[in-house]
Design a protein around this ligand. Structure first.
Ligand SMILES: [Cu+2]
Length: 323
């Protein structure tokens, strides 16, 4: 029986599409999705994975087919036929990726916009506040002015969103630690605690160089920059512990610049707030500083020790005042 080749091509095309669609949904490459924002990001990733799988199978399939079909036969000592390009084919394989990239750009722009990435932050005044990272010490780092108005960049609340921000946390990034400052209870912590199901806003600033705040399980990442506030708004939707990673090469111990995000039930979170609040007192600043200092070295020391360097806390202090 003679099967026409266009039917074979059609069947192969359908099979390739089905395999690509299946793999695009079942690649298993992403960690658990623990935020409301993750769904949109995973959606675009799955679409790109589907297209990528289809193109991979198509290109590799044609390659392997040609290797077999056009292999050199026994006794064939001739040169190949001199073929000089194929304009329709070149137009086709230029046009297809162009359309694919164009559609993906519209899709990703839409996702970015839906996450508040294009929000101009109308409530903030334009202008950067005076900020001298060189002269910055522990004390004024902690006395972040909560009322200072900055133009914030980053992922904010989408303008059509009805949800209010339930919790604001100031984030300070430094070589090589994350410091989280809770206005409620004046808590300064080396770990980030947030309640599940609540909208959280991080107002982030760096005190030395550019860092990047990355939550892989939340699918969000934002640069943290000296002298400029960047914002990240998200809603955690699964109780658990998730890594916080610095995703911008920020110095020698960049790889050790990690912390933990604890997503807690609202009750557990309130308890944590209560347990860690610092009472209003004259010694407040000192108390906060010591918490911050220990939180900081707690994250740095194990990494530095593992490198066999700077095991003494005094030297660690020097390391911080040097930059
Ligand atoms: Cu960093």
């Amino acid at each position: 029986m003679n099967i026409p080749s266009n039917i074979v091509t059609l069947v192969l095309g359908i099979a390739l599409t089905l395999v690509s669609l299946w793999y695009g949904q079942n690649h298993g490459l992403m960690p658990i999705a623990a935020s409301d924002e993750a769904e949109a990001i995973d959606g675009i990733f799955d679409v790109m994975m589907t297209i990528g799988t289809g193109l991979f199978l198509l290109v590799q399939g044609i390659l392997i087919f040609c290797l077999v079909r056009f292999r050199r036969r026994k006794g064939d000592t001739q040169d190949g036929p001199p073929i000089e390009g194929n304009v329709p084919l070149e137009i086709l394989w230029t046009a297809i990726p162009a359309v694919v990239v164009f559609l993906l750009s519209i899709y990703s722009f839409e996702v970015y916009n839906s996450m508040g990435g294009l929000d101009p932050h109308a409530s903030h005044d334009v202008g950067l506040h005076a900020h001298h990272s060189n002269s910055m010490n522990q004390k004024n780092m902690l006395a972040l002015d909560l009322s200072s108005k900055n133009l914030a960049y980053g992922l904010g609340l989408p303008s059509e969103s009805q949800e209010p921000v339930n919790l604001k946390v100031k984030v300070n990034a430094m070589q090589y630690a994350w410091i989280f400052n809770y206005p409620q209870g004046a808590i300064v912590s080396g770990e980030l605690h947030v309640p599940v199901g609540k909208t959280v806003e991080l107002d982030m600033e760096a005190s030395d160089v550019i860092h990047a705040f990355w939550l892989p399980e939340f699918r969000i990442k934002q640069d943290v920059i000296p002298g400029r506030v960047t914002e990240l708004v998200f809603t955690a939707n699964k109780v658990g512990q998730y890594p916080i990673v610095c995703a911008e090469l920020c110095g020698a111990y960049h790889g050790g610049m990690k912390s933990v995000l604890y997503v807690q039930t609202p009750e557990d979170f309130q308890q944590w707030l209560k347990d860690n609040s610092v009472e209003e007192s004259s010694g407040e600043t000192q108390k906060i500083s010591s918490v911050a200092a220990s939180a900081e070295s707690q994250f740095i020391v194990p990494h530095i020790k593992s490198l066999g360097l700077l095991p003494e806390p005094e030297q660690l202090d020097q390391l911080h005042s040097n930059h």
